[in-house]
Design a protein around this ligand. Structure first.
Ligand code: NAD
Length: 353
């Protein structure tokens, strides 16, 4: 019997399948919305061109090229563009950065979003928005930014380079793992997280062998969707907060930062039945080590040093985080960040290899 709990399910429609991009105009009609602003990551420009043509007179305007962590100036320019073209909705095609920019518009205008994710960041399933100003990342939660419809087309993500794929999968796995220890974790988020990790691991292993493997790409999008929804319900904890600080302050790449930090946080935070279930799913007897090895074998950088952070910056980040989060033990924060900086392989004993 589960312990008593409360769980909130978020309303969104999900369409997944090869060629699902072709369904986007129908999805626009289904929502009964008028003209749309298209936001596209530059790497999926061709698919965005096709979508623009298919939208016909539903198309109002387009923003090409996005930046990670939604710089405030980009958010303001995008809001202005939405007003200028009279957009009644936004379609974002690309990774978390494209979806993040759409969320910035939705936050102030309430315009509905249709998301077509091409990475595994999972942002499309969450009501969480983020914006960066002067190296300071602000995040918040607002149902207005939760995409109404999410269209997953594995044909699009086949072009995602394998290094970006692996890092993005690590980001999705981080959503799942952290979802098991936040104070809003419950049996539904646990089972979602475990199934998410299963699909992500299976998909990653197959995509490394053959990046064009459609089943692998479908599995990865399915896993990313579960990861995003686990994160949306369980909320963020120490891991995501640390990564937001690092990403916002030192402009580190989002997905790779998650990969370097997760095993070290897991070493300190993972406990109980969900930890055991995740270990079984990953085929490891220690979750932190298993995660580190999974990322390492997929050639995802496992240290912040490799991402360009200096040891002094890691120390500073620990001080900054501890000052803002008095509930956390400062020594644990320093241990996590220095181990993540060095890329130390966690072990059962908590010592380096
Ligand atoms: P991203 O959107 O910047 O994409 C990573 C890289 O992949 C980019 O260079 C992009 O051009 C390329 N790319 C994307 N799709 C491609 C494709 N199909 N083929 C080839 N290349 C492709 O990065 P991301 O990791 O997807 O997202 C990171 C951003 O999302 C961060 O700003 C992060 O804060 C945010 N995020 C938010 C949430 C949330 O719930 N709000 C969750 C996860 C991530």
């Amino acid at each position: 019997m589960p312990e008593p709990f409360a769980h909130v399910r978020l309303p969104s429609r999900i369409v997944l399948g090869p060629g699902a991009l072709d369904q986007v105009p129908e999805e626009v009609d289904l929502l009964g919305i008028g003209k749309v602003l298209l936001i596209a990551t530059s790497s999926v420009r061709e698919a965005a061109d096709l979508l623009q043509i298919a939208l016909g007179d539903r198309f109002a305007g387009r923003i090409d090229g996005v930046k990670q962590h939604v710089p405030v100036e980009r958010a303001e320019a995008a809001r202005e563009k939405a007003r200028e073209v009279g957009a009644a909705a936004i379609i974002a095609i690309g990774g978390g950065s494209a979806i993040g920019l759409a969320k910035a518009i939705a936050l102030t205008s309430g315009l509905p979003i249709i998301a077509v994710p091409t990475t595994y960041a999972g942002s499309e399933m969450t009501p969480v928005w983020g914006q960066t100003s002067d190296r300071d990342k602000t995040t918040g939660t607002d149902l207005a930014v939760l995409p109404k419809t999410v269209v997953y087309d594995p044909l699009l993500s086949r072009k995602l380079p394998i290094a970006t794929t692996a890092a993005s999968v690590a980001n999705a796995i981080a959503h799942c793992v952290e979802a098991t220890w936040t104070n809003k974790a419950d049996p539904i988020t646990d089972i979602t997280a475990v199934e998410g990790v299963r699909a992500l691991k299976e998909g990653l292993t197959a995509a490394i062998k053959d990046p064009q493997d459609l089943d692998a790409r479908s599995n990865l999008l399915y896993g990313a969707s579960l990861a995003g929804s686990a994160l949306a319900s369980a909320g963020t904890g120490i891991h995501h907060k640390l990564c937001h600080l690092l990403g916002g302050t030192y402009n580190l790449p989002h997905a790779e930062t998650h990969a370097a930090v997760l095993p070290q946080v897991t070493r300190h935070k993972a406990t109980g039945r969900a930890k055991q279930d995740l270990e079984k799913t990953l085929g490891t007897d220690d979750l932190a080590t298993g995660l580190f090895d999974l990322f390492d074998q997929a050639h995802v950088p496992t240290s912040l040093k490799a991402l360009g952070l200096t040891e002094d910056q890691a120390q500073d980040a620990a001080k900054k985080f501890a000052a803002a989060h008095r509930e956390e033990d400062p020594q644990v924060i320093t241990d996590i960040l220095l181990a993540a900086w060095a890329g130390t392989r966690p072990t059962n004993e908590g010592t380096a290899r």
